[in-house]
Design a protein. Structure first.
Ligand code: ZN
Ligand code: ZN
Ligand code: ZN
Length: 106
């Protein structure tokens, strides 16, 4: 496991959108500013590493759960379906083939 800075709150530990109150803690890292993730990790293609769900800007990315990084094991290639963007071209939803990671197993 590797500790990374929480992408959703950018390491502040606070809810970046103040949804509940100004003092609400970040739901992703529970206020610690750090999250643990299994290695090896790559940047989440779907949210571009921001941890924020692109369709609705105020909730956590469903691909990386707000961490901004995802675990990818083994050799991978860019997803041929979404060309590595992690998005379905028509709907903008996470790509079904790669699950939004932007890469698939070689
Ligand atoms: Zn956080
Ligand atoms: Zn993401
Ligand atoms: Zn894809």
């Amino acid at each position: 496991m590797k500790a990374i800075t929480c992408a959703f709150c950018k390491g502040t530990g606070k809810d970046p959108f103040n949804l509940l109150s100004e003092l609400a803690t970040c739901q992703v890292c529970a206020g610690t500013g750090k999250v643990e993730i299994k290695e090896p990790v790559i940047k989440c293609a779907y949210c571009k590493g921001t941890g924020v769900y692109p369709q609705n800007g105020r909730v956590t990315c469903t691909v990386c759960n707000g961490k901004g990084s995802v675990t990818v094991k083994g050799a991978t290639i860019p997803c041929p379906e979404c060309k590595g963007t992690g998005r379905e071209i028509d709907s903008g939803l996470p790509c079904i083939k790669c699950g939004g990671k932007g890469v698939v197993k070689k």
